[in-house]
Design a protein around this ligand. Structure first.
Ligand SMILES: [Zn+2]
Length: 84
């Protein structure tokens, strides 16, 4: 079964998440949600990993944060360690 991209919903050339990329992506999405940034409505859960993957370009869109939020994100990720 072809997986779909978590962001653009296309199944063309989708890459599987691994532990690292999944944690990074879900943390960035959670951070975007509390900050009301773009993509703050995108849901990414462990349960959906059998059905979704990502494109490098889509992954970068979500995980790239303005450098001025780096410190705030560090604090946020320290407080919100995603357990799998
Ligand atoms: Zn995509």
């Amino acid at each position: 079964m072809a997986k779909k991209c978590f962001l653009c919903d296309s199944d063309d050339g989708v890459i599987d998440f691994n532990d690292g990329t999944f944690k990074n992506c879900s943390l960035k999405l959670a951070f975007r949600k509390i900050k009301n940034f773009k993509y703050n409505v995108v849901e990414l859960t462990c349960a959906s990993l059998d059905f979704i993957g990502y494109h490098t370009t889509c992954y970068k869109k979500v995980t790239a944060l303005n450098i001025k939020y780096n410190e705030e994100f560090e604090n946020f990720s320290a407080e919100n360690t995603v357990s799998t």
